[in-house]
Design a protein around this ligand. Sequence first.
Ligand code: SF4
Length: 228
Amino acid sequence: MPPDKKGRKATDNRPSPQKVKAILDILDLHYPDARCSLQFNNPLELLIATILSAQCTDVRVNQVAPVLFKKYPTAGAYAEAPIEQLEEDIRSTGFFRNKARNIKACCGILHERFGGEVPADLDVLVTLPGIGRKTANVVLGNAFQIPGIVVDTHVARVSARLGLTSHKDPDKIEQDLVTIIPKEKWTVFSHQLIQLGRDLCRARKPMTSDCPLRKHCTYALEHSGRDE
Ligand code: SF4
């Protein structure tokens, strides 16, 4: 297909730059302070907190984290901990056996190969046990200020409803979003969509009539009069 006057192919269903800008402006207006809700003091703490946050609320993680971080101040401390003890320490975050195994294995590698430091490199981070692109981007964006789009369940759902992606696979959603969102906004945009997903754009019943984005939202336009 030949490109149209704006250089976009006829099969290209990406949102227009005007729509993206309108959405970003509204997000900035309504969620100017959106930020990571996990509490941490250094990259290692954020890495551990992010692993714990899988299938668990950030509130719960923040309750468990202070005691955990005090008990295990270094990657080496996690690596040397008896697995049963580590499981017990994180039990209340759910899926504790899996999480403990990943934390111990991941920290073992950090201790042995990286001097106990968390590498600020996406390609390296995703080779560590239990670390996918989502966790890696959380750590890079919030502990190192290296922009990254975090595709969690909220970002996946809200970006699809807004018409910013037509994919369901998180990696493909991330690819779509990085092509339309300015790089310097990747991290804050992720937090804004997570906040919107928690506040209004809930999985079961999005509160479309209260949403400041409704005029620019594909879902709202398609479901006009049906969800309210
Ligand atoms: S208008 Fe409705 S569906 Fe669209 S982003 Fe807002 S809450 Fe979600």
